[in-house]
Design a protein around this ligand. Sequence first.
Ligand SMILES: O=c1ccn([C@@H]2O[C@H](COP(=O)(O)O)[C@@H](O)[C@H]2O)c(=O)[nH]1
Length: 239
Amino acid sequence: MSFEDPTIIVALDFSEAGAALALARRLDPAQCRVKVGLELFSAEGPAIVRTLQGLGFSVFLDLKFHDIPNTVASACARAADLGVWMVNVHALGGARMLAAARQAIPAGGPRLIGVTILTSHGPEDLAALGLGDSSERVRGLSVLCREAGLDGVVCSPREAHELQDLRAGGFVLVTPGIRPEGAPPDDQRRTRTIREALAAGADYLVVGRPVTRAPDPSAALAACLAEARGAPRPVLFDT
Ligand SMILES: O=c1ccn([C@@H]2O[C@H](COP(=O)(O)O)[C@@H](O)[C@H]2O)c(=O)[nH]1
């Protein structure tokens, strides 16, 4: 990863294009990427992705595909047609679905990553789902994603440290669940600060409400970038 590669991905979770673009226009595409998720894509469709790309942003299309292999593969192909930087599927879709998704994305297309266990799940949620310990589950699903040839995973910053061995060869760790020290977690359960996430070895950090709901989003992003610049990063030994 080059020094210029923006680490922070701002989640544009808005109900319509006007609000999303007003925020995006206050951000610098050289300093951050943006994420279009379920809410904004459901409201505005592919057009919002193209508009953001026209503003110079690389876009993470966070639609978390989870369906039968054929359907997910076709959806991944359409996402690739959009020229997005990154797209994702749920790792719980299983090995055949992950392999189909991988095959559907052409060489040089978007990075394909797998969502492991949502950062909104705490121990009670995992127990109720019969999923047990989050770090074990996240590791198992991350290995599955790597074996299927995916380019990385979405995990919580709490698990990033234990996945360092998987990063060899450019497998990336994308961590939502970022909260400044003392900030409310909202619906997130497995959170860390920017500094902690980077120190644990995350490659990209997804930050939504701490920036988008801040009284001054540009200043909030500037604070995030400053914290990221000052954060220690583990040395990655590529084998
Ligand atoms: O496990 C996951 C996967 C995706 N997300 C998405 O990231 C952002 C986080 O937003 P905040 O406002 O910073 O909580 C949001 O778009 C989620 O859909 C996640 O949080 N956890």
